[in-house]
Design a protein around this ligand. Structure first.
Ligand code: SF4
Length: 639
C-alpha cells in the first residue's frame, strides 16, 4: 500500500561521524502512528538508559504525524523528544509545537529526524527535497533565534523553514527551548538536548505533498469539523484591538486565539496565552498596565530560547524573595528595585541565558534557585510552581482531582492532557457566569464526562471516585492525538456548537486517521494505540531510573496548603461542578494523601500494572510491546 499520509522515510543523522541513514516510516507507522509515538519508539531503540543529556548517545528526535499537510484539522503540529535536565533527575522529555515547521519537514521528504552524536563544531542541517547536508554554523553560534532565522533565510531562501536554538540552549540552560517560525517554541528543556550536540538549526524545504487514501471522506470530515467548531469565545488578554491580529499555524485550517503583532523592528511576534502574560502582574504593579513591556518579556524569552512556563514562576520567586528581604540587588546583580520594568526583564533574561553571576543559579530552574536561597525562599515555592520541572501553576490538582494523576505520572507538565478538562471547565464557567453566547451547561459537562472520561462521576469534583478511569482515558486519548498530531486547542472535540448538540464526537480522530491512511480502525482500537504509546513511555521512564510508585508523586505543598480564592486563573472562585451537577467550591481543599494513594491503586489496576506502578508482561504483550516487556523483565522492571 502507498504511504498515504506519510512522506515515507525517517532520517537518522549521526553528527559524530556524519553518517546519514534513512528508515522506512512504515516500520513504525502501524504501531505508533507518528509524532509522539514514533519519536518515543525511536528514543527507546536509540538512547541507552544511562546516557546523560550531553552524551553523544542522547538523541534529539522530531516527528510529524499523518495529518500534517492536510488543512482543516489543526493537524500540523509536531513533536520533539530527547533526554533533558529539566527535572530533579535527567529524564526523557517531549515537546509539542505549532507553527509550520512540521508540515515543511514532511514536504522536504521526511516524517521524522533522529539526530545522535555530537559535532566537533557548530553545525546546522539543511534538508531540501530529500537531500541532506551537514553545514557549518560557526557564524550562527551565539546568535538569538530571531537573528538565526533571518541569517538562514538570507542564505537558503525565503521558503526555507527554520528550527533553531538560542544562546540559552547553547549554554545548557535546564529550561531552554527550541524555536521555529511563527513563534512556535518547544519546552520541556529539549533545547539543551539540541545544543549539547552543537546543532544550531535544522532547516527544511520542499514540495513533496502527502496524499490521502480517501480524499472525498476527508473533505466531508473537514467540513463537519469546521461546523462543530464555528464558535468564538470572548476576547483573551493577549488579544489587543488595533495591535494584534489572528494568525493560524501553517495548514491549520481552523485557527484559535493565536494572535500576532508587528514589532517596532517590523518583525512579526506572537501574542498568545501564557507566553504573553508571564510578566503581566509585575508590570502592572510597577507601572500600571503596559502591554509593550509584557510583549518585550515574551520576545526576550523567544530570542534567547527560555521557556516562559518556567520563567513565569522564576520571575515571581525572584520578586518575592526581594520583597521578603531574602535576596538583595547586590547579591543578585539585578535591578530588583525595578521589578516589573523593561530594564529588569532585560537584565534577568540576559543573565540567565549567558549564565552570568546569579544567572548561573537561576539557569537551573525555580526549585533549584529556591534551594540555593534557603528555607525562606523554599516556603514561597507553593505560590509559583506546579511541577518538579519548575513549571508554572495552572490546572492544579487541588481543583481538578484527576490532574493529580496526570502530573504525577509524567516527566513534565502534561499540558495537552490538562487542557482536556480545563477547556470544558472554562466553557462551563462562562455559562455559569452568564457570559454572552456561552452555552456549555452542567448537563453538557456531565454528558462529556460520560462520553470521554468513562462516567458522570468524572464531572463531580467533590469525590475521588471515577478519577482514575478519567485520567487513564485522558492520557490514552492524548497520546493518539499527539501521534496524529492534532492540536490540543481544538481536540478532542469534547465541546461543540452545532445541530448535533454541545458535546462533540469522540470518533472523529479515528475517522480522520482512516480517511488519510486507509487503515481501518474504530474508537476503541485507536485509543488502544494511545495506551500502547503511554506504556512505551512508562518503559522509557522506568529504564532510566523512574522509581514507579515512589516517583509518581506531586509536590508536597499540594497536600498541605489549602487552595485559596484568586490563586488559579482558570477558576478564581475555585468553582467546579459537584455532586449531581450542583455548583461546588474547592476553596480550602488540598489533595488528600490517603485518597490520592488509593486513586493510584485504582489507576495502576486499570493500567494492568502492579501496586508499585510496574507494568505486567501480560498487559505489555497484549499491547504488542512484547520486546519491551522482555527488556524490562530482565531488569526487574516488569512483573
Ligand atoms: S488551533 Fe491554533 S495553535 Fe492549534 S494548530 Fe490551529 S492555529 Fe495552531
Amino acid at each position: 500500500m502507498p504511504d498515504f499520509g506519510y512522506a515515507g522515510e525517517i532520517l537518522k543523522v549521526d553528527l559524530s561521524d556524519g553518517k546519514i541513514t534513512k528508515l522506512p516510516t512504515s516500520n513504525y507507522a502501524d504501531k505508533y502512528i507518528g509524532g509522539r509515538g514514533i519519536a518515543a519508539r525511536l528514543y527507546w531503540e536509540m538512547v541507552p538508559p544511562n546516557a546523560k543529556v550531553a552524551d553523544p548517545e542522547n538523541c534529539f528526535i522530531c516527528a510529524s504525524g499523518p495529518v500534517a499537510g492536510f488543512p482543516g484539522f489543526a493537524g500540523g503540529r509536531w513533536v520533539a523528544c530527547g533526554k533533558s535536565a529539566l527535572l530533579d533527575q535527567e529524564a526523557f522529555t517531549y515537546s509539542n509545537l505549532g507553527g509550520g515547521w512540521g508540515v515543511r519537514l514532511k514536504y522536504a521528504g521526511y516524517d521524522g529526524i533522529a539526530v545522535q552524536g555530537k559535532a566537533e563544531k557548530p553545525v546546522y542541517l539543511w534538508i531540501h527535497d530529500g537531500a541532506v547536508e551537514i553545514k557549518d554554523a560557526s557564524h550562527l553560534w551565539g546568535k538569538t533565534t530571531f537573528e538565526t532565522v533571518d541569517l538562514l533565510k538570507a542564505e537558503l531562501g525565503k521558503s526555507a523553514s527554520v528550527l533553531t536554538i538560542g544562546p540559552a540552549a547553547e549554554n545548557g540552560i535546564a529550561f531552554a527551548t527550541i524555536f521555529a517560525e511563527q513563534g512556535a517554541s518547544g519546552s520541556g528543556g529539549i533545547g539543551s538536548t539540541m545544543g549539547s550536540k552543537n546543532l544550531k538549526a535544522i532547516v527544511v524545504a520542499g514540495e513533496k505533498k502527502p496524499s490521502a487514501a480517501d480524499p472525498a471522506a476527508l473533505r466531508l470530515l473537514a467540513d463537519h469539523v469546521r461546523k462543530m467548531r464555528d464558535y468564538k469565545a470572548g476576547p483573551r488578554p493577549w488579544e489587543i484591538p488595533g495591535v494584534t491580529r489572528p494568525q493560524a499555524c501553517y495548514g491549520c485550517g481552523l485557527g484559535c486565539d493565536r494572535q500576532v503583532y508587528s514589532g517596532k523592528d517590523g518583525r512579526s511576534y506572537k501574542s498568545l496565552c501564557q507566553a504573553t502574560i508571564l510578566y503581566e502582574q509585575p508590570v502592572k504593579a510597577y507601572s500600571g498596565p503596559k502591554i509593550e513591556v509584557q510583549q518585550l518579556a515574551t520576545q526576550l524569552c523567544d530570542a534567547y530560547g527560555l521557556d516562559s512556563a518556567v520563567m513565569q514562576g522564576l520571575i515571581d520567586l525572584v520578586g518575592a524573595c526581594y520583597r521578603e528581604g531574602i535576596l538583595s540587588e547586590e547579591a543578585a546583580c539585578l535591578p530588583l528595585s525595578k521589578f516589573g520594568s523593561a530594564e529588569f526583564i532585560e537584565s534577568l533574561t540576559g543573565k540567565i541565558a549567558f549564565r552570568e553571576g546569579f544567572g548561573d543559579t537561576l539557569a537551573r530552574g525555580t526549585i533549584a534557585t529556591a534551594a540555593s536561597l534557603g528555607e525562606g525562599a523554599q516556603k514561597l515555592l507553593s505560590e509559583f510552581v506546579a511541577t518538579r520541572g519548575s513549571e508554572t501553576k495552572d490546572y492544579d490538582p487541588r481543583l481538578f482531582i484527576t490532574s493529580g494523576l496526570l502530573y504525577a505520572t509524567e516527566s513534565r507538565r502534561p499540558i495537552q492532557q490538562l487542557h482536556e478538562q480545563s477547556n470544558i471547565l472554562r466553557m462551563w464557567l462562562g455559562w455559569l457566569g452568564k457570559q454572552q453566547n456561552a452555552f456549555f451547561t452542567t448537563a453538557d459537562f456531565r454528558e462529556a464526562a460520560k462520553r470521554y472520561w468513562g462516567s458522570e462521576l468524572a464531572a463531580d469534583f467533590s469525590t475521588y471516585a471515577g478519577k482514575a478511569l478519567a485520567a487513564k482515558k485522558i492520557q490514552d486519548r492524548t497520546y493518539t492525538k499527539e501521534s496524529l498530531v492534532l492540536c490540543d486547542f481544538r481536540w478532542p472535540m469534547i465541546w461543540a456548537k452545532y445541530e448535533g448538540g454541545h458535546v462533540g464526537d469522540p470518533t472523529l480522530e479515528n475517522q480522520i486517521y482512516t480517511a488519510i491512511t486507509g487503515k481501518e480502525t474504530d474508537e476503541a482500537g485507536f485509543i488502544k494505540i494511545g495506551e500502547k504509546i503511554f506504556n512505551l513511555q512508562r518503559a522509557i521512564q522506568l529504564r532510566q531510573g523512574w522509581a514507579g510508585r515512589k516517583d509518581d508523586r506531586l509536590l508536597d505543598y499540594l497536600f498541605e496548603v489549602p487552595l485559596r480564592k484568586g490563586e488559579l486563573f482558570i477558576s478564581r472562585d475555585c468553582l467546579t461542578p459537584g455532586r449531581d451537577g450542583e455548583v461546588l467550591s474547592r476553596e480550602g481543599k488540598t489533595v488528600e494523601r490517603e485518597a490520592f494513594e488509593k486513586m493510584k491503586d485504582e489507576y495502576y489496576a486499570l493500567r494492568g500494572w502492579d501496586v508499585n506502578g510496574l507494568p505486567t508482561k501480560a498487559r505489555l504483550e497484549e499491547l504488542q510491546l512484547g520486546d519491551i516487556a522482555a527488556d524490562l523483565q530482565k531488569q526487574g522492571l516488569a512483573k
